[in-house]
Design a protein around this ligand. Structure first.
Ligand code: NAP
Length: 314
């Protein structure tokens, strides 16, 4: 009998069809179906589900789940809504996504490194003024979060000649990257950095981590890139830090509320470059290949992929 795998989602139907088509193509020996296409007996039989922003009430209809595989990398929503349920949560770990993110990090670090925000302002004022050139080796970039995305981004920046530090929860040893951990480590790392790149997950510990105290500790005029999650920044504290020139420029791709409200004051701040959550879109083709690989291993001999640590929240 083909293994039955529910696909539980709360995304638009066109996107869901795309995922279903790709997952069915990768898992021809499985019967992948939407929740509303399952009988009560079939719901009771399901041990594993593939999910995309699932509603807790939908997942609760599958009483015998052992694990769910999300098609996305970030899990803060599932941690908030599903962590109390008795199954494991697996997230997407995709080297293609890390590559895409590292490209975005490189692009926007270059944007700041080559003073593009200031040249854009000067153009608007018809101002001909050459700013001093800084070698990449004299530009210190710190990456907050040295996980799948942070490490790839750090090495890509290092390949381009930047001076790189990184901060994570557990202290790492990575060739060419000065690594920090802990509160003292964070203070040291951000105190020296010209550009701070956030790639932390959103957890109880990282929520609002970039606040007034944080901005008071950055090198005067440092720039910030947030490609992690919006709620790791306290927005009003950031606006204050920009107004006081503690932070020179911020590139923001993620926000506490998405889409960002049309009346948000972030839109019109000249020291903010605003992006609509585009730094690293998930590729349905590579993600479905990875999800399928994990599912196949599990069905073959029960091997589980790495699961999210519910205590840590990522
Ligand atoms: P990951 O592999 O789980 O890495 C997370 C990193 O953050 C790890 O190095 C971890 O430290 C560190 N960390 C977590 N909590 C910390 C804390 N309290 N203090 C210090 N360091 C802490 O995650 P990832 O795959 O790199 O993804 C990171 C985040 O990027 C995702 O959670 C998601 O929110 C975001 N994302 C954004 C986009 C986008 O388009 N903007 C796309 C995909 C993902 P340890 O190494 O010690 O565990």
């Amino acid at each position: 009998m083909r293994s039955l795998i529910p696909f539980v989602h709360q995304i638009d139907s066109q996107e869901a069809d795309e995922w279903l088509g790709a997952l069915r193509g990768q898992l021809p020996d499985c019967d992948i179906r939407l929740l509303n296409q399952l009988t009560e007996q079939e719901k009771a039989r399901a041990e594993l589900a593939i999910v995309a922003n699932p509603l807790p009430a939908d997942v609760a209809q599958l009483p015998n789940l052992k694990w769910v595989h999300s098609v996305w990398a970030g899990v803060e929503g599932m941690m908030a809504e599903l962590a109390h349920m008795p199954f494991d949560i697996v997230r997407l770990v995709d080297s293609n996504l890390a590559q895409t993110m590292s490209e975005a990090v490189l692009a926007w670090v270059m944007y700041l490194h080559r003073d593009m925000p200031r040249y854009r302002t000067q153009q608007a004022l018809a101002q001909w003024q050459q700013l001093p050139y800084v070698e990449p080796g004299d530009r210190h970039v710190v990456i907050l979060g040295l996980g799948e995305l942070g490490q790839k981004s750090a090495s890509r920046l290092a390949e381009n000649g930047f001076r790189i530090s990184g901060w994570s929860r557990s202290l790492k040893t990575i060739s060419g990257i000065r690594c920090y951990a802990g509160e003292q480590g964070l203070a040291e790392a951000i105190g020296q950095a010209d550009i701070i790149v956030n790639l932390l997950p959103l957890t109880a510990e990282t929520k609002g981590i970039m606040n007034t105290a944080f901005f008071a500790g950055v090198k005067q005029g440092a720039s910030l890139i947030n490609f992690g999650r919006g709620a790791t920044i306290n927005e009003s504290d950031l606006l204050q830090a920009l107004a006081e020139d503690l932070v020179g420029h911020a590139v923001l791709d993620v926000f506490e509320q998405e889409p960002l409200a049309a009346d948000s004051e972030l839109w019109s701040n000249p020291n903010i470059t605003l992006l609509p959550h585009i730094s690293a879109p998930t590729s349905v083709s590579t993600a479905s290949l990875i999800v399928a690989g994990n599912v196949k291993n599990y069905l073959a001999d029960g091997t589980m992929p790495q699961v999210v640590d519910k205590q840590r929240g990522y």
